[in-house]
Write a protein that binds this ligand. Sequence first.
Ligand SMILES: Nc1ncnc2c1ncn2[C@@H]1O[C@H](COP(=O)(O)OP(=O)(O)OP(=O)(O)O)[C@@H](O)[C@H]1O
Ligand SMILES: [Mg+2]
Length: 401
Amino acid sequence: MNISKKLMLFAFLCAQTHLLSFLFPDAVEFRLSPNFATQVMDAISQGGDTFNKTMDGFFQQLNVSLPKAHEGIVSFGKSIGSAITPAAHVIVSSSGAITGIVAAGVISTYIAHKYTTRYMFEPSLIEKSSKNSFLSYLNRYYYRTSAPVNICEHMVINQDLKNKLEYVIQMTKNIKLHGGQFDNVLLYGAPGTGKTLFAELLAQHCGMDYAIIPAANISQFLTKGTVVEELNNLFDWAAKSDRGTILFLDEAEVFLADRKTLDNIAQNALSSFLSKTGTPSNKIMIICTTNRPEILDPAVISRLGIHIEFKLPDLDARVAQIKMHTSKIFAQQTGTVVDFEYLKDEQNILALAKRLDGFSGRMIQKCINSFRQCALAQNILKIDASIVEQVIQQLHENINN
Ligand SMILES: Nc1ncnc2c1ncn2[C@@H]1O[C@H](COP(=O)(O)OP(=O)(O)OP(=O)(O)O)[C@@H](O)[C@H]1O
Ligand SMILES: [Mg+2]
């Protein structure tokens, strides 16, 4: 984060802590020590590294105290609520004001925590993480639960996948209950067969924290030459979670391929990864996905205990996917509505599934989407055999070219 962003964030946090210390004079978490304010003024005048270090110290302090502060405000709100219940007839209006104040406290603390976490502490390699949404924030600090995602509602999975999924879920539950070490997972198979989708859903389902690290982010730091440092940050960050963290490395071959094929920087990244994953962990579970498992370094493969292959869907799976994508794309149409009675007929679905032999989930989804686009483009607004034929022919031509 550059200096001007830090200054803006600092000003925002000062205003926020000032407001909270005014509203909740007994809550020590909100007070900035006068010494600290002087240190910051000195640091601003000195600029450069001193400034950066002082600001980082400040953000570190807040990152520890804000979650506690959030809980403080919530319990403060609850105790006020129970105290005013007997006298509710007198203070209906003031309870509204108190609710407003408590809400303001919760929201501003949430924003402050989110910004310190997001900008100061979340490693740059991460694209998306469970620690970065309002709902997960509420789950972690307020409800302390997380509802498992039903994977079968979001994708079609075969019995083999279901069994392995059950195994991974049971493993994470046992480790939480009895302690132990995670097994790491390799998802491999043809493009568009649902590896990334599955890994994201699995991470959400297990009730652990998770972070998604796309290949593009790794490549960016490989180019800059700072990927080892970034990997260190990532593993340190992941080890801090009290729920355990799933690190999901998408298209892992970018830096986990056989070392003979990697340049020096990628080899260093690989060595760093290997040194951090040499012994099984009770904090971090790794999920890697790849289209090309055969090019991964043997030492990487040996660290990934569970291997799950994603195959192209068979006829039954294609039927199920056509139904799933039709209901997502057509049943929830916004704007112009296209009639899709044709795609509800079992015979038509079966015929279509037979025509899509060799198609991946991604291509099936694209095909269903194209039916709607094609109908809209021709202003027919109704799916029929002719639209289906045109789209399938076009897709087959694309594949052959
Ligand atoms: N089994 C499936 N059930 C339902 N939809 C699927 C399935 N597999 C793939 N899809 C659809 O295809 C899209 C792309 O899938 P995803 O990105 O997970 O593929 P992938 O295997 O990671 O591909 P790649 O190897 O190219 O990264 C999904 O968002 C989903 O819409
Ligand atoms: Mg993918």
